[in-house]
Design a protein around this ligand. Structure first.
Ligand code: HEM
Length: 168
């Protein structure tokens, strides 16, 4: 692969990292806590959480696609790469741990997007119409926060394994 193409691949790989992992950091450490403090028990909290979720999810899904495509290109271009599932040096061990951790992030994402989020948005809608069960909403919301925090920790682990691979 030409150095120019590799540089372009790394550029998009890094931008996708900033969007996904950076987005998880900002949402869990800044936006959610401040939203809760300022909009506690206001109907605006439900609407804002739903809008934020609907804006961030497509970006994180798109980032994952970009990371997989550019990552595969970077992997095959790396001199340490000896072929599919050839785990015969520290670099490929670091890459394997990175990919297993990313698989964990994907599982968290699928549980969130197809399990928790639809139920949470239904509960939010019922609450906004004065019909819902606040305890049920709280339970689902705690699950969303927990899964997102796990996803953030896994994302940081991915960066750790990448730093190890890049140092080799
Ligand atoms: C959450 C997903 C991912 C994140 C956050 C991530 C992050 C990163 C970062 C920050 C770098 C360093 C780039 C640099 O040194 O300039 C990198 C390098 C790399 N990534 Fe990823 N990446 C992800 C997914 C993937 C995937 C799915 C693959 C492979 C299919 C992959 C393969 C690589 C390779 C081969 C390198 C170069 C490592 C080296 O220089 O030795 N990455 N990644």
């Amino acid at each position: 692969m030409s150095p120019l193409l590799l540089a372009i691949s790394f550029f998009f790989h890094l931008v996708a990292t900033v969007i996904w992992i950076g987005g998880l950091v900002i949402i869990t450490l800044l936006v959610w806590p401040e939203m809760r403090r300022t909009l506690e028990s206001s109907p605006a909290l439900l609407a804002l959480l739903t809008r934020l979720r609907r804006r961030f999810v497509p970006w994180s899904n798109f980032s994952l696609v970009v990371l997989v495509v550019t990552g595969l290109a970077q992997m095959t271009a790396n001199p340490n790469y000896d072929g599919f599932l050839q785990i015969d040096n520290d670099w490929s061990r670091a890459m394997l741990l990175k990919h297993l951790t990313i698989a964990g992030m994907v599982v968290c994402g699928v549980v969130l997007q197809y399990g928790v989020t639809p139920a949470l948005e239904r509960a939010s809608l019922l609450l906004e119409r004065g019909k819902g069960d606040p305890a049920e909403w709280e339970r689902l919301r705690r699950r969303e926060i927990r899964l997102t925090q796990i996803n953030l920790l896994l994302g940081i682990a991915v960066l750790g394994f990448t730093a190890w691979a890049t140092a080799i």
